[in-house]
Design a protein around this ligand. Structure first.
Ligand SMILES: [Zn+2]
Length: 162
């Protein structure tokens, strides 16, 4: 994706309050992000680990989605799939994120939930730039996986905006 500025990121959130955006910690290592390998910018807030952010360029604009996840203390075993990039992970490396819906629906408490790579690094996994800990069933090319990620991400963003 084309690089984004911090101002563009801060101005992009469609489902967040102004105070939350103010409290947002920018992505770690922001000046050295591998933009050419990213389909979307995603990160967990280092100061508020239950918060995550996902920023995507679409239709010439920039859309940011604030996410929340609950840490669970229960031991969990097995594997799980990311709904966006379909990478298989140890169950602890996928997280159920809830996005408050934009506008009145969100203010009424409606959220959209989806399982995503817990570190929000889908783009790196599907390109083999970061290794998941479990064997993968996917054998299709990174390009096709990136296309599918873009489609699923668009569906997710549309649900948050709807
Ligand atoms: Zn993923």
């Amino acid at each position: 994706m084309e690089p984004l500025s911090i101002d563009e990121i801060k101005g992009s959130f469609v489902n967040s309050t102004r105070s939350l955006v103010k409290a947002m910690t920018p992505p770690p290592g922001f000046t050295e992000l591998p933009w050419e390998s990213l389909d979307y910018l995603g990160w967990r807030d280092p100061k508020a680990p239950n918060r995550g952010y996902l920023v995507v360029r679409r239709d010439g604009g920039v859309t940011g989605i604030a996410l929340n996840t609950q840490a669970t203390s229960k031991p969990r075993r097995g594997t799980g799939l990311c709904d966006l990039c379909n990478t298989a992970h140890q169950i602890t490396d996928v997280a159920l994120f809830a996005a408050r819906r934009a506008g009145p629906a969100g203010r009424a408490g409606n959220t959209v939930g989806t399982y995503i790579c817990a570190d929000l690094a889908c783009s790196l996994y599907l390109r083999g730039l970061r290794d998941p800990e479990v064997p993968q069933g996917e054998t299709i090319s990174p390009e096709l996986r990136a296309d599918r990620l873009t489609t699923r991400l668009d569906t997710f963003v549309t649900r948050v905006l709807a």
